[in-house]
Design a protein around this ligand. Structure first.
Ligand SMILES: [Fe+2]
Ligand SMILES: [Fe+2]
Length: 229
């Protein structure tokens, strides 16, 4: 008989839904990283300041490492990366948001949507809770969380400069911020509500996952002073 894998353990201890949840997490993080690499690359030629260009290079190169870590994370559990249908696990909303950002010509929208919201709010809370509650299944998540904090920092620094330079940019920033606030309200309690409740039931995340994510949203966006309360 072959040695049981962590995948077998997850299914035995937590059920098949938990295994699907684990794959959902890894697959969506992996594909998000690929999108972020392309998004960073798109903005490198548009930035003049060398330090700000360097942020994008550093950011993209961190994401290449993360993409590898997510892939290896699945393999470590005993599932070959090419051994399952990724499409079944992908969350459409993430693809739509990245498409919107990729098509945007407005840098403040990209910084708010990517560095602050996708990374600084959604990814950070997820990485933080899964890495802390289930380090045996998500062993690299704490490290990745630290690096996501850096990406959020890059975004805050460039966004602050843009906002200080123009009142018009600030006005658009407030609008984007409202858009993401509304998105957050619909997202976690909508498309993801079933997945989040399985995650809570099985102790993968805490039962106040949604309010904590909202709190993180308020904290993160208030770094730019864009939140209208
Ligand atoms: Fe990342
Ligand atoms: Fe990141």
């Amino acid at each position: 008989m072959s040695t049981p894998t962590l995948r077998d353990e997850i299914i035995e201890k937590h059920g098949k839904n938990a295994w699907d949840l684990v794959l959902t997490v890894y697959v969506n993080f992996y594909y998000s990283e690929l999108e972020i690499i392309d998004l960073c690359a798109r903005w490198i030629p548009r930035r003049d300041d060398l330090r700000e260009k360097q942020y994008l290079l550093h950011h993209a190169s961190d994401e290449i490492v993360h993409a590898r870590l997510f892939r290896e994370g699945v393999e470590r559990l005993g599932m070959p990366w090419d051994g399952f249908d990724h499409g079944k696990y992908r969350i459409d909303d993430i693809d739509r948001r990245f498409r919107k950002l990729y098509e945007s010509e407005d840098e403040i929208e990209v910084l708010i949507g990517l560095n602050l919201y996708a990374e600084g709010v959604l990814a950070m809370e997820e990485l933080h809770q899964l890495g802390r509650n289930k380090p045996e299944y998500f062993p690299e998540f704490s490290r990745i969380e630290r690096e996501e904090r850096r990406h959020m920092g890059f975004g805050v620094s460039v966004a602050k400069r843009l906002l200080d330079e123009s009142e018009e940019t600030r006005r658009r920033g407030i609008e984007y911020c409202k858009w993401y606030q509304e998105h957050l309200d619909n997202y976690l309690g909508g498309e993801l509500s079933q997945t989040i409740s399985w995650a809570i039931d099985q102790g993968f995340v805490q039962d106040d996952y949604i309010p904590r994510t909202r709190e993180r949203f308020n904290e993160t966006m208030s770094k730019l002073g864009l939140l209208e309360v």
